[in-house]
Design a protein around this ligand. Structure first.
Ligand code: TQI
Ligand code: ZN
Ligand code: ZN
Length: 169
């Protein structure tokens, strides 16, 4: 079953059209950016929320960046595996990914020759759930279940994820 953060924080009524931006210094390719676009789309399909990319990192509601090790928010990344990414509850909007992971952006993760390969889109869908106010779920099939194996792709919202997000929006 789905859960929420303490105090059930959400993006308020007047903020349903959210913008997102990529940390400029990462210089991400369009292929990488499209992974996030697809991940946002999954949540937009089942809520009144919309997500629009902007070039202005400082004014965007949701800020996405890859960082390595200690990056100044007290939650240092730890190299390959362990913590993969973190996102903060509404209305922080901070979404950080561990730059040391072997991220798989396109292609078939399930047949990757790299044992520690992590599917970027799967992690993005999960972290966006946190950005919007979902905690973890006890339902193993759900996107918000707190465990994912390497070489696994899980990008389709389960009914548990949808029920959870629709209770918030
Ligand atoms: N990062 C944790 C996560 O996103 C960070 C975290 C732990 C957290 N407890 C939290 C975030 C409570 C918000 C609220 O869950 S992680 C997975 C999963 C991670 C884990 O790197 O361990 C995914 C990142 F669920 F699959 F294990 C992405 Cl998909
Ligand atoms: Zn961080
Ligand atoms: Zn999580």
């Amino acid at each position: 079953h789905y859960s929420f953060f303490e105090g059930k924080p959400v993006w308020p009524e007047g903020r349903r059209d959210l913008t997102y931006a990529f940390y400029t210094e990462n210089e991400l390719t369009d292929t990488v950016k499209e992974v996030f676009t697809r991940a946002f789309q999954r949540w937009a399909e089942v809520t009144p929320l919309t997500f629009t990319q902007t070039d202005s990192y400082y004014t965007a509601d949701l800020k996405i960046g890859f960082f390595v090790g200690d990056h100044g928010d007290g939650e240092a990344f730890d190299g390959v595996l362990g913590t993969l990414a973190h996102a903060f509850s509404p209305t922080s909007g901070r979404f950080h990914l561990d730059g040391d992971e072997n991220w798989v952006v396109s292609g078939d993760i399930t047949t990757s020759s790299i044992s520690s390969a992590i599917d970027l889109e799967s992690v993005a869908v999960h972290e966006i759930g946190h950005l919007l106010g979902l905690g973890h779920s006890s339902v193993e099939e759900s996107i918000m279940y707190p465990t994912i194996s390497s070489r696994t792709r899980k990008v389709e919202l389960a009914s548990d994820d949808i029920l959870g997000i629709q209770e918030l929006y």
